[in-house]
Design a protein around this ligand. Structure first.
Ligand SMILES: [Zn+2]
Length: 155
């Protein structure tokens, strides 16, 4: 596993709210690619793409994830955000189970955007253990996102 496997729990979990019935599900991160289903409604919890976060779900999702959480703070009207979106999607697909990828619409979730002092978008923040570990403001390509994750993991 990782270099510090001794201090980390053997099983890493992520906590994600079902987008259909809004039930919180605790998911074994290693099983993310198996298309886990919501414990209540049985619909799939899709972790091969970014999950939509908002003021209601943000704090708990970040706090209760054992894997790093990368969040793309964006807005619909933001051109650079649109250019970056396919790279965010790729990271979500390739890192599923290892990194939880979320997107937060800064217009709709101003409370969260404000509490993290988001002044320009796109801003990408990687959280570890519920805390901000790395941040970059501005559009990035895939390599930039990978660097940011690496920076967060070694922080
Ligand atoms: Zn559900």
């Amino acid at each position: 596993m990782t270099d510090n496997a001794q201090t980390e729990p053997a099983t890493r979990h992520m906590t994600v709210r079902c987008q259909f019935c809004e039930t919180w599900n605790r998911i074994d991160a290693a099983r993310a690619p198996d298309r886990p289903k919501c414990g209540k409604c049985g619909k799939p919890i899709l972790l091969d793409r970014p999950i939509a976060l908002n003021d209601e779900t943000f704090a708990r999702t970040i706090a209760e994830s054992d894997v790093p959480v990368l969040v793309d703070f964006y807005a619909d009207w933001c051109g650079p955000c649109k250019m970056m979106a396919p790279f965010i999607d790729e990271i979500a697909r390739e890192r599923q189970g290892n990194v939880l990828v979320g997107k937060l619409d800064t217009d709709r979730s101003q409370q969260t955007a404000g509490s993290f002092n988001i002044r320009g978008i796109p801003t990408t923040i990687v959280f570890r253990g519920g805390k901000e570990a790395a941040r970059y403001t501005g559009a990035m390509k895939k390599l930039g996102l990978e660097d940011l994750i690496e920076r967060a993991e070694s922080a």
